[in-house]
Design a protein around this ligand. Structure first.
Ligand code: ATR
Length: 282
């Protein structure tokens, strides 16, 4: 904060494309709410410009940068240090500039878990969690879930090998199992929490569901990473069956909240951040 109180904090997000990112609106609201002088810019960086962009982050003394598609993996090679989270997930979404030393972190998974706890009052310790999907989004989430002492995490994926590889990679962290999608009934039979990390149900394919909703018997919480639409068909049907439902907007808000906290040392105003994003969607 010593730097921040003396001159405006320089923050931003790099990606390609970047014009539709909600991060500038969300972080501007956070800075305003906390009375911190600063600017958060959307920086359009193409893959061939990534190395130069990271050099500029150092030279122009940006305090923090968010990293989005398609740079989350490639950016790692240009940083000075990687947090344990970024190393194990294999992707960076947040850079913290400590006096010219660039540190890569990943707040996607912990952001998701914080939103699940705060918004769905989820208890994770000792619970049976089923994760639908085994792609990039699943990686961050499963890593963060594994440190919450669940009884078991079962990965259910169309391509079984992908789920098996992830389960093997992190077998030291938790009891992680892998099943093909056609064994959904078995996986879901005693699930406490079901989390969709696939893109099935995302706009414009809003009529699709990643699993047969009739399998959600006795599931306490159903969560979907998708936030366009804010309520997917999976969530709507799960809600009708009496499950507690949790949408994907919170993950976006809390990955930003953790980044804001790393950069400023000040607790993030999550509600103001969420409001700003929601208002910009209308
Ligand atoms: P992301 O970074 O968003 O996770 P990804 O790495 O491409 O993107 O992973 C997408 C995930 O959604 C995968 O688990 C994918 O299943 P496969 O590994 O079998 O490809 C899943 N997915 C995407 N479209 C799907 C569909 N139509 N039906 C079932 N699963 C789907």
């Amino acid at each position: 904060m010593n730097q921040g109180t003396m001159r405006p904090l320089k923050l931003g997000v790099i990606g390609d494309p970047i014009a539709h990112s909600k991060s500038p609106i969300m972080h501007a609201a956070a800075l305003r709410e906390r009375g911190i002088a600063g600017d958060y810019e959307a920086l359009h960086v193409k893959p061939e410009q990534l190395e130069a962009a990271i050099a500029a982050v150092r030279e122009e003394e940006y305090r923090g940068i968010n990293v989005t598609i398609p740079h989350k993996e490639q950016v790692m090679r240009y940083l000075d240090e990687l947090g344990e989270d970024a190393l194990r997930i294999g992707a960076v979404n947040t850079i913290v500039n400590e006096n010219g030393r660039l540190i890569g972190r990943n707040t996607d998974g912990i952001g998701y878990v914080r939103s699940l706890k705060e918004e769905a009052a989820a208890e994770l310790a000792g619970r049976r969690i089923v994760v639908l999907g085994a792609g990039g989004a699943a990686r961050g989430i499963v890593y963060a879930l594994a440190s919450e002492a669940p009884q078991r995490v079962t990965l259910l994926n169309r391509t079984t090998e992908r789920a098996k590889a992830l389960a093997r990679e992190w077998s030291d962290l938790a009891d992680i199992a892998a099943l093909p999608s056609d064994r959904a009934a078995e996986a879901l039979r005693d699930a406490d929490i079901v989390i969709n990390t696939t893109s099935v149900g995302m706009h414009p394919h809003v009529d699709e569901v990643p699993i047969d909703p009739s399998l959600l018997r006795g599931t306490e919480i159903v969560s979907d990473l998708i936030y366009n639409p804010l309520e997917t068909k999976l969530l709507r049907l799960a809600g009708e069956k009496g499950c507690r439902i949790h949408g994907g907007l919170g993950m976006f808000v809390y990955q930003g909240a953790y980044a804001f906290e790393y950069w400023t040392g000040v607790s993030a105003p999550a509600e103001a951040m969420r409001r700003a994003v929601l208002e910009s969607m209308n």
